[in-house]
Design a protein around this ligand. Structure first.
Ligand code: A2P
Length: 292
């Protein structure tokens, strides 16, 4: 499914339930400091970001909740994603956790709610059970109308296929670590076959891609930054990047990519690059599935 859309110069993704997700998303992982977030969120909203990505574990939902209410913007012009943490993968706990996220964000609905990580239980049956319990809670939250879309995060092909075999509602989106040099092709195939949109965390490979000579050479040819190259590469693969920066000029740079298009030869060159670097977080948990 091709779900990237351009309307009047703004990028959005269409989920299979017809919810429009604005892209690029503004990431807030590891930013907990009020004054840093105050500057960053204001810059991001001034520059046209409309999608803010947070999570209960980021410990910043309460700050984001305060800041979005100070900014002169209507609720329905903003898109807020947040996530359920791994200690809450039980039906009642997940429902409680969702309520707490709503309270901290001071919202009466969330746009997109994700299971942050699949269960890390080493017993495969328990792992399946916990993922399904949490998913049932999300399905019921979705049916209650308190969230516009539900999905998962960091579900690679194995966890995703098992969940899909039992779920009543197919996740609308899967947010995974995805960048040049790190693409889980099997996961992408499962998502594609099930109309699950994909979004990318660490689209700059945790900053590791920025000094790569191949990327610098291609970026120079287009007179763009390596960060912009990495973000456009995601979009041209139909993947919504969630990019984090606390620096005003980089925040602007990352959303100033609407007129950039990479040719097929350069896309293929980037696709063929080996692993350059990233968060490394998948290596212990999903090593059997990591064949890039
Ligand atoms: P900073 O917040 O100081 O800008 P990723 O999203 O792949 O995990 O990468 C995030 C890292 O990349 C952050 O450390 C962020 O630092 C940095 N970053 C974000 N945008 C840019 C950019 N346009 N140029 C250089 N570094 C960037």
């Amino acid at each position: 499914m091709k779900n990237v859309q351009m309307h009047n110069g703004s990028i959005s993704f269409l989920l299979y339930n017809n919810v429009k997700v604005p892209g690029i998303a503004f990431g807030t992982w590891k930013v907990k400091d009020f004054s840093q977030l105050e500057v960053a969120i204001k810059c991001a909203l001034d520059d046209g970001y409309r999608h803010i990505d947070t999570a209960a574990i980021y410990d910043n939902e309460h700050i984001i909740g305060e800041l979005i209410h100070l900014y002169p913007i209507k609720r329905d012009e903003l898109f807020i994603t947040t996530k359920l943490w791994g200690t809450e993968l039980k039906y009642p706990r997940a429902q409680q956790a969702f309520k707490k996220s709503l309270e901290r964000l001071r919202l009466d609905y969330i746009d997109l709610y994700l299971i942050h990580w699949p269960s890390n239980n080493t017993d495969i049956k328990l792992r399946e059970y916990e993922n399904l319990e949490a998913w049932k809670a999300l399905e019921d939250i979705y049916s209650s109308g308190k969230v516009r879309a539900i999905g998962v995060s960091n579900f690679l092909a194995d966890d995703l296929e098992i969940l899909l075999s039992k779920a009543n509602i197919v996740p609308m989106l899967n947010q995974i670590e995805y960048h040049v040099g790190q693409v889980s092709h099997r996961t992408m195939r499962v998502c594609d076959q099930n109309n699950i949109a994909v979004s990318a965390w660490s689209p700059l490979g945790h900053g590791n891609l920025l000094k790569n000579p191949d990327l610098i050479e291609i970026a120079n040819k287009y007179k763009i930054s390596v960060a912009q190259l990495c973000l456009v590469w995601c979009l041209q693969h139909n993947v919504l990047p969630v990019v984090k920066s606390i620096n005003p000029s980089r925040i602007r740079e990352n959303i100033s990519i609407k007129s950039i298009h990479l040719n097929e030869k350069d896309m293929k060159h980037l696709d063929a690059l080996p692993y350059i670097g990233g968060s490394g977080l998948y290596f212990n948990r999903f090593k059997d599935e990591l064949i890039f």
